[in-house]
Write a protein that binds this ligand. Structure first.
Ligand SMILES: Cc1cc2nc3c(=O)[nH]c(=O)nc-3n(C[C@H](O)[C@H](O)[C@H](O)COP(=O)(O)OP(=O)(O)OC[C@H]3O[C@@H](n4cnc5c(N)ncnc54)[C@H](O)[C@@H]3O)c2cc1C
Length: 469
């Protein structure tokens, strides 16, 4: 039920008369399986108004750079085509310079009967939803189109996968169903030209990116092209090639058995719901087991959303469980050997060839394979001057380079390296009773050399043989 997904963010009412209903897409940059867009379409139909989809991209958020801008801009032409077919208006506003207007949402809202947006617990969407609510004089609703089981249904912070899993599984049958298609009764006027719309065609993306006042030193990802069509290709590729091998090989980075969907999920170019349904159907058809994949996609991902929704701070060691805070305090002054600066980490200049390869994967692809990402985080803890500096480094490297960064999964997993959603293990220096990971362990369980060679190839050639599309 869509009602389970809605939060009313202010007490203002509908504006009548008005020209349209406005959907402000902040995190769900897609048309399909988007419950927030569907809810806005339902309101538009009730009010006999057309629907306008507004999407912005500004130069002014921290670490705005060519990689993130390219990925988002690559999705725009496809979104425009799909909305046009449905009779929904579209404004994509690219704020290139800090001096350009920063109030387009408010201008559009002045003519809207109501504004609907995405309910999302991190990054700018979380901040906007708080700060914008009081400034709008029309009803402002946020809809959770990110989770399969709506965040609203889990009212408290969960402590670990084992506490959230039974709750999610109990509710899953209710929500693991195809989303209603979006239909509007009144088409948006075709001749309505907005001064705020930035036309984007595929070929002009590099020029548009170059024209923005952003950090041009972080190049687009070698592995991922942005947009809905690319997300669909990735999913198809995974269903054909990865799903069957997932349970056996998802912890073997050189096997490329994972989905590679995290950037698309983060920017909402595809929904977890669509992915879960497609994976379940493919598994049913071929009599494969998809449980291991669905555990990550649903239980682990939604545990991260639950954490981000309820934790007071996402970038602080103070929100760790008591045992983790105590053990970190006890080992705060332990000697670190070797010791690296945040800049050495960033440049992948440690003594460890595997760690350097993981960091280079982040620099070149904008993601790190899930299994080695744990190793990446654990070693930053081991080799940083303090636990706080390690946390700051991990968050900053994600903010700057990761296409799936600033996601609930980013914070939950970085903090997992410090004991969140985990349990105590054997005690050792620097880590205390936090779980530890070693290079020997990685060598025993994975083909480290194959991965290091793969990353060297990426670095040498600037080409990614595993790019899909
Ligand atoms: C230190 C550290 C930092 C991380 N930072 C991020 C991040 O910035 N963004 C991010 O999406 N994930 C992050 N993860 C979790 C995980 O590594 C990635 O989700 C996964 O590697 C993405 O690759 P994939 O899409 O091929 O995943 P698959 O294995 O194909 O899984 C499918 C989807 O399930 C979800 N998922 C998988 N593992 C986890 C997990 N442990 N927690 C929550 N959701 C999960 C993701 O949405 C993923 O796309 C981090 C993990 C660690 C240890």
């Amino acid at each position: 039920m869509v009602e389970d997904r809605i939060r009313k963010l202010n007490s203002a009412g509908l504006r009548r008369p008005a020209e349209y209903v406005l959907y402000w897409s902040q995190m769900n940059r897609r048309v399909e399986a988007n419950q927030a867009l569907a809810y806005a379409a339902g309101l538009a139909n009730q009010l006999d108004l057309p629907l306008l989809f507004y999407e912005g991209l500004t130069c002014s958020y921290p670490y705005a750079n060519d990689r993130l801008h390219t990925f988002i801009l690559e999705g725009v032409p496809e979104t425009q085509r799909r909305l046009k077919r449905l009779g929904i208006g579209y404004i994509f506003y690219l704020r290139r310079r800090a001096a350009d207007p920063n109030d387009v949402l408010y201008r559009l809202a002045k003519r809207a009967a109501t504004v609907v947006t995405d309910d999302y617990p991190t990054f700018v969407a979380a901040r906007h939803n708080q700060s914008v609510a009081g400034k709008l004089d029309v009803a402002f609703h946020a809809v959770d189109a990110s989770c399969i089981v709506p965040m609203n249904r889990l009212e408290k912070r969960e402590w670990a996968a084992y506490t959230i899993r039974p709750k999610i599984h109990r509710m899953l049958a209710e929500y693991l169903r195809p989303a209603d298609p979006v239909r509007v009764r009144r088409a948006f006027p075709a001749d309505e030209e907005s001064p705020w719309h930035t036309p984007v065609v595929e070929e002009c993306v590099p020029a548009l990116v170059a024209s923005c006042e952003i950090d041009h030193s972080v190049a687009p990802s070698l592995a991922f092209r942005g947009g809905r069509a690319a997300a669909e290709s990735r999913l198809e590729h995974f269903l054909e090639d990865g799903l069957r091998r997932y349970a056996r090989e998802n912890r073997q980075p050189s096997a490329h058995a994972t989905s590679g969907l995290s950037p698309y999920l983060h920017f909402g170019m595809i929904s977890a719901l669509e992915v879960a349904l497609a994976a379940s159907e493919q598994a049913r058809r071929h009599k494969w087991i998809a449980e291991e994949f669905l555990e990550q996609l649903i239980v682990r991902r939604e545990l991260a959303f639950n954490f981000a929704r309820h934790a007071e701070a996402l970038d602080s060691l103070s929100i760790l469980p008591e045992w983790a805070r105590e053990t970190l305090a006890h080992h705060a002054r332990d000697r670190r050997q070797p010791l690296y600066t945040p800049e050495q980490f960033e440049r992948a200049e440690t003594h460890d060839p595997l760690w350097n390869a993981t960091q280079k994967e982040l620099l070149l692809r904008g993601v790190i394979h899930g299994y080695y990402r744990m190793y990446w985080g654990k070693k930053i803890i081991e080799w940083s001057a303090s636990h706080q500096q390690a946390l700051d480094s991990m968050i900053r490297l994600h903010d700057r380079y990761a296409l799936d960064g600033r996601d609930p999964s980013t914070y939950a997993n970085i903090l997992w390296c410090f004991g969140l959603h985990d349990r105590p293990w054997a005690e050792r220096p620097v880590f205390g009773t936090l779980r530890y990971m070693s290079l020997d362990g990685m060598r025993r369980k994975t083909d480290v050399d194959a991965y290091v060679r793969e990353i060297e190839y990426l670095e040498r050639t600037g080409k990614d043989p595993f790019r899909v599309q």
